[in-house]
Design a protein around this ligand. Structure first.
Ligand code: HEC
Length: 145
């Protein structure tokens, strides 16, 4: 009796087991997080427009610590006791790869908050890097009127 009951259950289980529907697809895999950019090269070609946007974002999100001219001498940096590199000196960033700077901006570094994708997409982050590397180049002089 028990034996036939077990057999019966087995049959029921097999029949009820969900059969894969024809054409059913495995669930879409959620996209893996973007790989860390360390070692990545900056392939973005800056345009006057993209650099103007980068400047705008820099002035809002970055300059309070790093300074309008990138020298890192700001009241906020002093009050937070940050030791910030002086980007007006080309030597400061000379040894750093773009990929390192990208990671610092995207993930944050020390007391620096991460810049989220929602505020700056990858294209913008690369433009920011170009923008801040330019602090050590001769700045365009606004012609006197
Ligand atoms: C709250 C102040 C603060 C703000 C705002 C800030 N940073 Fe920073 N940033 C820092 C500090 C502090 C460091 C150095 C961290 C360390 O070396 O430990 C740093 C480091 C960096 C570095 C790495 C430099 C290096 O030598 O490795 C880059 C690049 C950078 N910041 C870019 C930016 C950009 C771009 C923004 C705006 C989107 C920004 N930061 C906003 C405080 C700030």
């Amino acid at each position: 009796m028990l034996k036939s009951f077990l057999l019966f259950s087995a049959v029921v289980l097999v029949t009820l087991a969900p059969t894969p529907t024809l054409g059913a697809r495995p669930q879409e895999a959620t996209p893996a997080p973007a790989p860390a950019a360390s070692g990545a090269k900056n392939t973005v070609k800056p345009t006057p427009e993209s650099q103007a946007k980068a400047k705008k974002l820099y002035d809002v999100d970055c300059s309070m610590c790093h300074g309008d001219n990138g020298n890192g001498q700001t009241d906020l940096a002093k009050s937070m006791e940050l030791s910030l590199g002086d980007w007006t000196d080309a030597k400061t960033l000379a040894g750093k790869q773009d990929g390192e700077l990208f990671d610092a901006i995207r993930k944050g570094k020390g007391k620096m908050p991460a810049e989220a994708e929602g505020r700056a997409d990858d294209h913008m982050v690369w433009n920011l890097i170009i923008y801040l590397r330019n602090f050590s180049k001769p700045q365009p002089v606004t012609p006197a009127k």
